[in-house]
Design a protein around this ligand. Structure first.
Ligand code: GRF
Length: 192
């Protein structure tokens, strides 16, 4: 199944894992890209999804480790696979500077807002409170500025009068599920 051109990705998640599932489904039977490992810091649905698809899946709980020691262990696991990209898909931990600096232009995140608007949490609520007419998602490189790395691509949706936090979350996830796997392919194909 593996060929010499196969690109490897490692996916980090914490929760529901619907983006993870979209990526798994997209690359199922796709020999050019291998999901080398899935890592979750929480006992989440993400872990179940990885196991159900026979993908090496690791639960790495945070316990009481300081951030730097946790990230050292995380890096040791990731480095086993030498991935071309590290994909954050709902990974709810802030990564240390050491981690981020170790993988320049290799860490991607998807954030549920049209950055630079609404960095951080509760993006759907904040968009509604501000009476925004459009909302969306952003895929960006990760740097030390939280949700502030270089933007790769964005996609928007209209906010309707009838929308609430839940409907916005669902609508944003629908576009994320289309956008994330395609963006990963496009970035991987530019790496030789
Ligand atoms: C997504 O909306 C993503 O933008 C954000 O966290 C959410 C993760 O959802 N980073 P899921 O776990 O992929 O369902």
């Amino acid at each position: 199944m593996n060929n010499t051109n196969t690109k490897k990705i490692v996916i980090l998640c914490s929760g529901e894992g619907s983006n993870l599932q979209a990526i798994i489904d997209y690359f199922n039977g796709y020999s050019d890209v291998e999901i080398a490992c899935i890592i979750s810091d929480k006992p989440s649905k993400s872990l179940e999804r990885g196991i159900a698809h026979n993908i090496p899946t690791l639960y790495l709980p945070k316990l009481n480790h300081p951030r730097e020691s946790y990230d050292q262990v995380l890096m040791a696991h990731i480095n086993l696979y030498q991935p071309d990209l590290i994909i954050l898909a709902g990974f709810m931990r802030i990564l240390s500077a050491k981690f981020i600096q170790s993988y320049p232009k290799k860490i991607l995140n998807i954030h549920p807002s049209l950055l630079p608007k609404y960095k951080g949490l509760n993006t759907h609520k904040r968009a509604l409170e501000n009476n925004d007419k459009i909302h969306g998602t952003t895929i960006h490189y990760v740097n030390e500025d939280l949700d502030g790395g270089e933007i790769i691509i964005q996609k928007s949706i209209k906010i309707l009068e009838s929308d609430n936090e839940k409907t916005l979350e669902e609508k944003v996830k629908v576009i994320e599920h289309q956008l994330y796997p395609k963006t990963i392919v496009s970035l991987l194909s530019s790496k030789h």
